[in-house]
Design a protein around this ligand. Structure first.
Ligand code: UT7
Length: 331
């Protein structure tokens, strides 16, 4: 096993819009049913941004809560990273909007686009920056307003997504046997990029009347293919991360998976042979919030006392790109 990267979660916070979209909302508008949505996805409801709410406003609210939780001020933050695929605008970065809202010194601020794996990618990159002593406290946020890129006429995708933000403050940890990133995996497979994408609105296919008429600014997904790969990659990720770290499933206090589909999460749980209370889920309440899902889970778990000092926690995620990653952490 490689040397642990000594980092700790010093604080966390989350922001979910008040507006709730229940399954009934979709049933009233589309050809779908409560049974189909529940059985195929596990989702009961999701939160959707109201007018005036955006990725940066949710990210900023979550960040303020994380600062309060860590008993820090914005002056203590050395870097701001926002993992998102629904940025405030093409540029400047959402991280700069968050920095403007929080105030504070001119520290580096940038976005990271790795879709549903974005928070895990950010966690790993932050750990290296903290470990080498260049930075002391990094504000790492996963924030999305998926509702802004969801086609509410496409029944195969619109029932899946929700909005929200989760923020964590990651800090260098002085103790060698204390909180740490013990092992990680981080991969991408560009050959699968067309399976899950927003085709238009960038330099490849700029906005035009045609792209709008053809609804190309919305998420397009080959659901079944992505599903099969998500199951396969998740199982490989779990096996390789634990084997390389020399850790057995029974040693894991809690698995926090990306919340894409309850059946995908369930297949991972079964592979690990863990009881349901050792794999955290909140997809029932929030749907798939992409890069925001894992930090929202982390915040809920910390608040509920589901993770405590010394626990081994496994983060796993898979998403567009295709990208996937894992982080085995000691709290
Ligand atoms: O977070 C990033 C990664 N994302 C994921 O991992 C998501 C991966 N994909 C999925 O979660 C699943 O593929 C879905 C939930 C999107 C779909 O579930 P599925 O079991 O793969 O269904 P399917 O796409 O194979 O469709 C089965 C049937 C089709 O009808 P026919 O062709 O069998 O007659 C669909 O047209 O279900 C139909 N269908 C629906 N029926 C009722 C598709 N959407 C709906 C709907 N309500 N909302």
């Amino acid at each position: 096993m490689p040397e642990p990267l000594r980092i700790r979660i010093a604080g966390s916070g989350r922001a979910l819009p008040d507006k709730v979209l229940t399954n009934q909302w979709f049933i009233d508008r589309l050809e779908t049913s409560e049974e189909w949505i529940r059985e195929r996805t596990g989702i009961l409801e999701r939160r959707i941004a109201s007018e005036g709410e955006s990725t940066a406003t949710l990210a900023t609210t979550a960040a303020r809560k994380a600062l309060a939780d860590a008993k820090m001020s914005v002056d203590d933050i050395d870097m701001i990273i926002v993992a998102t695929i629904t940025p405030e605008c093409p540029f400047p970065s959402t991280a700069c909007f968050v920095q403007q809202a929080l105030g504070g010194p001119p520290v580096p601020a940038f976005d990271l686009a790795a879709a549903c794996s974005g928070y895990i990618y950010g966690f790993i990159v932050s750990s290296f920056l903290l470990q080498n002593g260049l930075y002391r406290n990094i504000l790492l946020i996963g924030a999305e307003t998926m509702s802004k890129i969801t086609d509410y006429d496409d029944r195969s995708t619109c029932i899946l997504f929700g909005d929200g933000a989760g923020a964590t403050i990651l800090s260098a940890s002085p103790k060698t046997d204390g909180p740490a990133l013990l092992h990680y995996r981080m991969q991408a497979e560009g050959s699968g990029l067309s399976m899950l994408a927003v085709p238009a609105g960038g330099s490849r296919l700029p906005a035009s009347k045609m792209t709008i008429d053809e609804r190309l600014h919305y998420v397009k997904m080959q659901g079944r293919e992505v599903y099969k790969l998500a199951v396969k990659r998740n199982l490989e990720l779990i096996d390789s991360t634990l084997a390389e770290a020399g850790v057995s499933p029974e040693d894991i206090a809690l698995v926090i998976p990306h919340q894409s589909n309850l059946r995908i999460i369930e297949s991972a749980r079964q592979r690990l042979g863990l009881p349901q209370d050792r794999v955290f889920t909140n997809i029932q309440r929030y749907g798939n919030t992409s890069a925001a899902s894992i930090p929202i889970c982390i915040d809920e778990c910390r608040e509920m006392g589901r993770i405590k000092p010394g626990d081994l926690v496994l983060l796993v995620g898979f998403g567009a790109g295709l990208t996937w990653g894992s982080a085995l952490i000691r709290i």
